[in-house]
Design a protein around this ligand. Structure first.
Ligand SMILES: [Zn+2]
Length: 183
């Protein structure tokens, strides 16, 4: 009987951890649906691969996030506090999605950007986990990137793209050419 109590308390403990995580995510994510309505219906992708093809091309972690809409644990992603100059490409198809110029530290535990080219990402309404959120996917391959919220920097766009590091591949700006700016 003692072991039963142990099991029950560990189950309750686990449930509490899950619940607090959901509360944390909910509190952190002040979401809006306006972007989801913006390009609804535009869901055809240039890159179309079978589940098996994706499985062989992607790592398990990349597959879980990009193809199964998983979320990396907060504060664990390799690009959360990464601020080198360059481009962030889709880890699924290689399309450039974000640039370092619009990346900032939101403190939420995932890489954050305040801008995305509307031709590069699609928005999908997401009602999972009892929240109303707007999912962001790559417009080229449909890979899940993260979510978008309207609590970004007020002096910029006011938008926060909260993106999984796993969904991105950073490419350093190797040109570093300051002479190409004419003014
Ligand atoms: Zn992609």
């Amino acid at each position: 009987m003692k072991t039963n109590f142990k099991n029950i308390s560990s189950i309750i403990g686990f449930a509490l951890i899950q619940l607090s995580l959901i509360i944390f995510i909910n509190g952190c994510f002040n979401s809006s649906e306006t972007l989801a309505q913006k390009n609804e219906g535009k869901m055809e992708y240039q890159v179309n691969k079978s589940e098996n093809e994706w499985k062989t091309e992607l790592s398990q972690e990349e597959f879980d996030v990009l193809r199964n809409k998983g979320t990396e644990r907060p504060f664990t992603g390799k690009y959360d506090h990464h601020f080198e100059d360059g481009n962030y490409k889709c880890a699924g198809c290689g399309e450039i999605l974000f640039t370092s110029e619009t990346k900032y530290d939101s403190g939420c535990g995932w890489p954050a950007f305040y801008y995305a080219d509307s031709s590069k990402v699609n928005y999908i309404k997401d009602n999972t986990f009892g929240m109303v959120r707007t999912e962001v996917v790559c417009s080229n391959c449909g890979g899940h990137l993260g979510h978008v919220f309207e609590d970004g920097p007020k002096d910029k766009t006011g938008i926060r793209y909260c993106i999984n590091s796993v969904s991105l591949k950073f490419e350093k700006d190797t040109l570093n050419n300051s002479t190409n700016k004419s003014d």
